[in-house]
Design a protein around this ligand. Sequence first.
Ligand code: GDP
Length: 302
Amino acid sequence: MFDRLSGKMSGVLEGLSRNGKLSEDDVTEAMREVRLAMLEADVALPVVRTFVNNVRERAVGQEVLDSVSPGQVVAKIVNDALIDALGGAGVTPLNLSASAPVPILMVGLQGSGKTTTSGKIALRLSSRERKKVLLASLDVQRPAAQLQLQQLAERVNASTGLVTSLPIVAGQSPVEIAQRALDVGRREGYDIVILDTAGRLSIDEALMDEVRQIRAVSNPAETLLVADAMTGQDAVNTAQAFNDAVGITGVVMSRMDGDARGGAVLSMKAITGAPIKFTGAGEKLEALNEFHPERVAGRILG
Ligand code: GDP
């Protein structure tokens, strides 16, 4: 990921560095190339516009054209603008400050990696923070999804001893399962209850209604959207639709290990207002990383 974008961006910036003193035309031309590189990487158009304008304004404001090494100054400005686009410096941790059991609601389309990510988060919270975690599948349409979550819970529990899945009771609605999960969570002293909602192949009102109802009864501290980085702009559109319909507090970008062009990562915060909190980098349960905007900006600039 980012290889192509990174190659182009560093090419543009190297070209500037060689120029010695820059003219305004040099900067304008460089920004034109940056713009094209970002569009080609599938970054959303409004995000590209804001980005390029930011860089241009800051470049003029800092009198880059007169500075000793203008290429480096522009590189720094581009770096800072990338960090801003990615959500600002520093990680945005999970908000777990509600009283226990803290509900975390997982939403997203089917196949986005929602269930796997629920297991990954359970592993992270139980192994690093010694949290006792209850996992509950609310997918009553697909028994396979419920079994998948159960098996994930068993695998995580084998390594941390702190994770259980809510027993499956046939005939309950998603809202009833959510309520039961929270009851069990309270009664049995769980720190965290992760509610893995059903996904659909595409956005529909029935799905959003269901998520809204679950959200209303569970009052989650976090509503995390899992989006597949490989789907590019669609991932951003999906996030926006979920945010408009139910409100999301963060995004997990899965499949960052693939060869996606990276545009979704750069567009997500600006388009949805929700920060990327984690990225998924593989099928293994350990393959979940905190999202560091500075590191990603560094990778893009090569
Ligand atoms: P759900 O339908 O949204 O619950 O999706 P699943 O969690 O079942 O994931 C669908 C497939 O994607 C599974 O085969 C997962 O192992 C795989 N998967 C999930 N996250 C990642 C990731 O970050 N990288 C890769 N390569 N595969 C992933």
